[in-house]
Each structure stands twice: as structure tokens, then as C-alpha cells.
Design a binder for this molecule. Structure first.
Ligand code: GLU
Length: 433
């Protein structure tokens, strides 16, 4: 019998508190280190933020289309449930590991608290290169993974959503599997579902829209004109492509776009609508005729005013931070900037709107979807977009004022606001037993 283990296993965290030198989890822990001195009486409790509440590792075996078997490793981490049920996406990617999912779950705790959504933080993932598997195989991976994590998820326990390489279809399979296993007809166990299955209008574009809304407001505050502003976007998936289209439609010039395979540049502005159509048709931007192909590294030196990293964590190290020409960084991805790059940006006076604010539009509309599912009463897209803008701009304003008061970069200020909220909830609940 042919059994494949693909991609091969990687060394994972042996314990929650083990700190490897360069990983998303190390970045997260260093961000917690940086905020701790500003937490006053709550500072000794920050240890709880350094330890996920619960982490589940599952084997995901499937029968392949050719009759052979394959195994994958899957994870669901509930970092904190102090402020409400766990909430966070599920990603399919060959680099998924326990440490990565721990970091992403930690960032969800901070994000949900910074925006003041009534959720804790969670994240899931399967280590798989989805491009190598058929749709039917991915359905089997999704269903078996959902079944295995079924013991800890649920509409009042932990709610999943799309993330890298997962979409509304994957959420439909997750919901159906959960409902089959529980005998319930509950829609609120996942968000980002298809509209016909209880999904919310505006959810698909919400993360990219949030980046745009946050970007416009920050530019206004910094006195940067939107008209003609040069924007560079790394990552052209659901976040980067939507943000690029909204910026272009508002009069900005998207001068460079990078996806997994290629980088295209046009100093007088790319036709983003045509580029997105190409990307949808071919699954990549390589070969786009409306721009010049440049090297991957040259992307970071492109003349631009706004840079949107909207791909993966760890994209910007100190060396890249020194080259970047932008005055404003809008983090569409989770964890794209390493702590030493944050220091370079701070020294150079470059403003970073951190992931936990900048890409929170997605989980904010996930919250709306969850609320609509419970009420079985659905809102219009106008209502959703207006409520989205109000909630995230209020959060930005709150963090901005905290940053001015404490003379901190926006990231640390967002962590101060969020960690205070999480730790106060932690204290009010008390320790059991
Ligand atoms: N995966 C998205 C994020 O990282 C959305 C999470 C959600 O909607 O729960 O924020």
C-alpha cells in the first residue's frame, strides 16, 4: 500500500514556552515582551499571553483519487478564551506548523481585543501544498480535519473562517461536516461561508476593504494625499487584490504587485482590474503585459508612498526595512514585519498600521456574520460596510490616542489596548479552581 507523507514533517515546538530564534511565534513573544512594561499592575499576568490555552494536533489521513493514502498534520490552537469563544481562520499551506498556528492564534487574541469584538483568539491549519491536490481530495482533507478538531469547535466555543488558501467552499465543507457529526443545523460554527448557507454580504472583500479604510484614514492623519499616491502590494490574494483595486479606484497609483511567482512594476500605475482578471483566469500574475517583470528583491526598493505586505509572516526583516521607500506600511498579512524591522521603521519615521488593526476588517465582518446567523436576520451590504468602517476607525482612533499618550509605535499601542482588555477579563473571571 502506498502511503505518502507530503510535505515531510518539520520540527515543531516541544513546549509552549520554547522559543526558536526565527519564527512567527518568536515574533509574537517579542511583541508581548515589548508591551509588558506598559501594562502596569497587569504586567505580571502577561505570562498567560505567552501560553496558548489549548493546542490540538491531529492526523488527517485521506484516500487519494488514485486509491493510495496520504497523511497530513492539522492543528487548532485556542490561544485565549477569556473574552469569548475562540475565533480565527484555518490555513492550508506547506509551512504550517504548531509554532506558526500558535502565533497566528495569539495575534487573533490581540486583534479581536484591539477591535473590541467579543471573542478570544484561535487559529487552525493543515500542512499541505493545496496546489498538488484535486478539489475532491481537498474536500476529504477538510472534512477529516474538521471531524478531528470537532471536539473543541462550535458556534459558542470556537469559530473558524477562511485564511491563506481556504475560501467559502472550504467553510461550507467544514460547516456541513460539523452539522453531520453533531446532528445540529448550526451555521455559526464557521464564518466566511457562501451567502446561501448563512454567509454575510461583504465578508469576502472585508479584509481588503479594511486595509483600504484604515489606509485612507491614516493618510489623512499624516497629511498624505490619496490622489496619485504610489502604492506597492506584496501578495495578490483575497486581501492584496481587493486593497489594490480599492486604492486604484480612489485615485492612487498601484506601481508594483508581487505574488508567489512574479513581480510586476509600472511607474505610471498598473491596470489593477486587468491584473486581477488575469490572476483569476491563470491563478498568477506572471506574464502580465501591462507592466515590467522585476526581481523579487527589487520589489522592496520600488519608489512608493504606501507599502502593503499582504502575503505571509516574516516578509520584512531589518535589511528590507532599510530599503523600503514608503512612508506608510499597511499590514494586510498577519505578522509580516519582524521586531528588528519595526525598530528600523521607528528610527526612520515610517508609520506602520499593524496587522491587528489593519487586517481586522475580515474578522469584524465575521463577527457580523456570526451575529446575523444567531438572529437569522440578514443585513444589507451598505449596513455591513458602514458598520465595518465605524468599528475599525473607532479602534484606530483609540489606539492612535494611546500611541500619542505613551509615545509608542501603533503596534505596541494596539498591544497595550488589547492586552489590558484580555488581562482584565482574565482577572475578572478568576483562576479555576
Ligand atoms: N483569517 C482572517 C484573519 O487572520 C479572518 C479570521 C476570521 O474571520 O475569523 O484575521
Amino acid at each position: 500500500m502506498n502511503i505518502t507523507i507530503d510535505p515531510p514533517p518539520v520540527a515543531s515546538a516541544l513546549s509552549f514556552v520554547q522559543r526558536s530564534t526565527s519564527s512567527a511565534w518568536a515574533t509574537y513573544l517579542s511583541q508581548i515582551d515589548r508591551v509588558t512594561p506598559y501594562l502596569g499592575k497587569l504586567a505580571p499576568l502577561a505570562e498567560t499571553l505567552r501560553r496558548p490555552k489549548r493546542a490540538l494536533i491531529v492526523d488527517v489521513p485521506i484516500e487519494r483519487d488514485d486509491g493510495s493514502f496520504a497523511h497530513f498534520e492539522g492543528y487548532r490552537v485556542q490561544h485565549s478564551l477569556s473574552r469569548g469563544p475562540g475565533k480565527g481562520g484555518v490555513r492550508f499551506h506547506p509551512n504550517v506548523s504548531l509554532e506558526e498556528v500558535m502565533a497566528l492564534a495569539g495575534w487573533m487574541t490581540i486583534k479581536n481585543a484591539a477591535i473590541n469584538l467579543p471573542f478570544g483568539g484561535a487559529k487552525g491549519g493543515v500542512r499541505i501544498e493545496p496546489r498538488l491536490y484535486s478539489k475532491k481530495e481537498l474536500e476529504r482533507v477538510t472534512r477529516r480535519y474538521t471531524s478531528e478538531i470537532g471536539v473543541i469547535i462550535g458556534p459558542q466555543q470556537d469559530i473558524a473562517a477562511p485564511d491563506v488558501n481556504t475560501d467559502a467552499q472550504v467553510m461550507a465543507w467544514m460547516m456541513d461536516t460539523y452539522d453531520m457529526n453533531t446532528g445540529l443545523a448550526s451555521t455559526g460554527v464557521v464564518t466566511g461561508k457562501p451567502i446561501h448557507l448563512g454567509g454575510s454580504l461583504g465578508r469576502k472583500k472585508a479584509t481588503g476593504r479594511g486595509v483600504f479604510v484604515m489606509g485612507c484614514e491614516t493618510m489623512r492623519r499624516l497629511g498624505m494625499p490619496l490622489e496619485g499616491a504610489r502604492v506597492a502590494v506584496q501578495g495578490f490574494g483575497n486581501v492584496g487584490s481587493v486593497a489594490a483595486e480599492l486604492f486604484a479606484a480612489a485615485g492612487a497609483k498601484v506601481v508594483a504587485v508581487q505574488d508567489v511567482d512574479a513581480t510586476v512594476f509600472n511607474a505610471s500605475g498598473l491596470d489593477v482590474v486587468a491584473l486581477a482578471a488575469d490572476a483569476r483566469a491563470q491563478g498568477e500574475i506572471a506574464g502580465f503585459s501591462g507592466g515590467e517583470a522585476i526581481t523579487r528583491e527589487a520589489f522592496w526598493e520600488v519608489g512608493c508612498d504606501v507599502l502593503i505586505p499582504a502575503a505571509m509572516e516574516g516578509a520584512i526583516d531589518a535589511a528590507r526595512a532599510k530599503k523600503i521607500a514608503a512612508r506608510l506600511i499597511l499590514e494586510g498579512a498577519n505578522g509580516p514585519t519582524l521586531p528588528e524591522a519595526d525598530d528600523v521603521f521607528a528610527a526612520r519615521g515610517i508609520v506602520v498600521v499593524p496587522d491587528v488593526l489593519c487586517n481586522a476588517g475580515g474578522v469584524t465582518v465575521s463577527y457580523f456574520e456570526w451575529v446575523q446567523d444567531f438572529a437569522s436576520f440578514f443585513w444589507t451590504e451598505e449596513q455591513i460596510n458602514a458598520r465595518l468602517a465605524k468599528i475599525i476607525l473607532d479602534a484606530l482612533d483609540h489606539v492612535w490616542r494611546k500611541a500619542e499618550e505613551l509615545k509608542l509605535p501603533l503596534r505596541t499601542a494596539a498591544f497595550v489596548v488589547a492586552c489590558e482588555r484580555v488581562l482584565i477579563a482574565h482577572v475578572e473571571r478568576g483562576l479555576y479552581p
